[in-house]
Design a protein around this ligand. Structure first.
Ligand code: PLP
Length: 410
């Protein structure tokens, strides 16, 4: 019975074109963004949709520190933070993160997902009367954390500060409120109106929680994120980030006041009851963050390559969605089947790996490719991508920008 119940669910998923298949890609250390497809002997493909935004996963300093820690301390951490898993690299990493964000303290979790989920659950459970107000496009990890509590929850329209204010103004000033939002939204590449949100939250006495997962390492002085770039980090109560994307390793964290961090450390079940990160991982994260604090080189090349790619895509009439203000370039296809077929052609004919992005990650009718140039992509690879996309869009009669956005422009 159970098998057949699950099979029915899977059939439903397949018939709605939402069933996910994994492409086997083995990245080649030292040759980023190249990867071997299915570990075959064929020429490597060029990866254009990795969240290893700065190529730090292959950086020599990161690899060296990971090797050293592995040889010194072994593979695993041996326990949760409270039961033997708080090796000395943890303290150094958390101090480095707190310093990065200009906060009193930081707390590391095994993943970014876990840091959102555990922190939000914890804060809301500790303050049961707290109303949580969340942006409509917040990540699943945020939604998960919020939904796991019985707190009153409200959703404001994406980046709509007037709607946020309308919601907050409906509660007495003394009622606890938590406003949760992201700095860069990963599917559209747009940026939240952080200054306006902080003005409103101050007016209505709300605590602020900012997910900077798609910004840390890449924006602001020393790469500390968009809030830091705008000089607003000290007005955000809790900054959350990941070490799995621009930092290139794995792990999540929050940075906040001593009291907030201590409360999460002491009460969050998703923090307490799980094994801590292995020493080699924390060593790699620390090396990467310390490097990115000191070096602008990767950031400059990321933004230069993104600018060049944006220009070339524009010249080839490729529909980069106008919402994008950042290194994330969403290219509209607008249909799940053609998006999948185009991805196959890009891979098989042009040696380009782009994963189709379908519902539920994005609304139906806005299926897309989500393209990231990195410091490691060459100018030749950028040219090649623009030409290959043009050929593929023409092959499948996918509307080019001049057609797809004609109505918006008119
Ligand atoms: N927050 C946002 C906005 C994300 O996009 C993601 C992952 O894609 C996460 C949190 C989770 O981070 P991690 O991949 O480190 O678990």
């Amino acid at each position: 019975m159970y098998q057949s119940l699950l099979r029915q669910q899977l059939e439903l998923l397949k018939s709605s074109n939402q069933y996910r298949t994994f492409t086997t890609l083995s990245r080649i250390c030292g040759r980023y963004p190249l990867a071997k497809l299915d570990d075959s002997e064929q020429d490597p493909v060029v990866v254009w949709c990795s969240n290893d935004y700065l190529g730090m996963s292959q950086h020599p300093a990161v690899r060296r520190e990971m090797h050293l820690a592995l040889e010194r301390h072994g593979a695993g951490s041996g326990g949760s933070r409270n039961i033997g898993g708080s090796h000395q690299l943890y303290a150094r990493l958390e101090n480095s993160l707190a310093d990065w964000h200009g906060k009193e303290a930081a707390l590391v979790f095994p993943t970014g997902f876990g840091s959102n989920d555990a922190t939000l659950q914890c804060l809301l459970r500790q303050i049961p009367d707290c109303v949580v107000v969340s942006d409509a496009l917040n990540h699943a990890s945020i939604v998960n954390g919020i939904r796991a509590t019985s707190n009153e929850r409200r959703v404001f329209r994406h980046n709509d500060v007037a709607h946020l204010e309308e919601i907050l103004s409906g509660y007495p000033l003394e009622r606890p409120k938590l406003v949760v939002f992201e700095s860069i939204y990963s599917m559209d590449g747009d940026i939240a109106p952080i200054a306006q949100i902080l003005d409103i939250t101050r007016r209505y006495n709300a605590l602020t929680y900012l997910d900077e997962v798609h910004a840390v390492g890449m924006y602001g002085p020393r790469g500390a994120g968009v809030a830091a770039e705008l000089g607003l980090a000290d007005r955000v109560d809790i900054i959350q980030g990941t070490m799995a994307k621009a930092i290139g390793v794995i792990g999540g964290y929050i940075a906040a006041s001593q009291f907030i961090v201590d409360a999460v450390r002491s009460f969050a079940t998703g923090f307490i009851f799980t094994t801590s990160l292995p020493p080699a991982i924390t060593a790699g994260c620390l090396a990467s963050i310390e490097h990115l604090k000191a070096s602008d080189n990767e950031r400059q090349r990321l933004h230069a390559h993104t600018g060049l790619l944006r220009k070339r895509l524009d010249e080839h009439d490729i529909p980069v969605m106008p919402c994008s203000q950042t290194h994330v370039l969403p290219v509209l296809v607008g249909e799940a089947e053609r998006c999948k077929a185009a991805a196959q052609r890009l891979l098989n004919t042009h040696g380009i790996y782009l994963q189709p992005i379908n519902y539920p990650s994005v609304p139906v009718g806005t299926e897309r490719f989500r393209i990231n140039a990195t410091p490691n992509h060459s100018h030749a690879q950028i040219e090649h991508l623009a030409c290959a996309l043009r050929e593929t869009f023409e092959h499948f009669a996918i509307p080019l920008a001049s057609v797809a956005f004609a109505q918006e422009v008119a």
